[in-house]
Design a protein. Structure first.
Length: 62
């Protein structure tokens, strides 16, 4: 069973995933340094959210 995240955490997770996908597509098409930097920031934010998700899952006994 999935851990109980707050609605704000689910919305943030979905927003970061969508932004990461959009930036990845733009990076593949344009290859600009700015997009590369933004992609790295979004990926770091996604990793932070994933770590939070796993931590909450382990804490709840998932």
């Amino acid at each position: 069973m999935l851990p109980a995240l707050s609605p704000a955490q689910w919305i943030t997770l979905a927003a970061v995933a969508a932004a990461g996908f959009v930036l990845a597509v733009l990076f593949l098409k344009l290859g600009l340094k700015l997009l590369k930097a933004l992609l790295i920031l979004v990926l770091l934010a996604f990793v932070a959210l994933l770590v939070t998700f796993v931590f909450l899952a382990l804490r709840k006994g998932w």
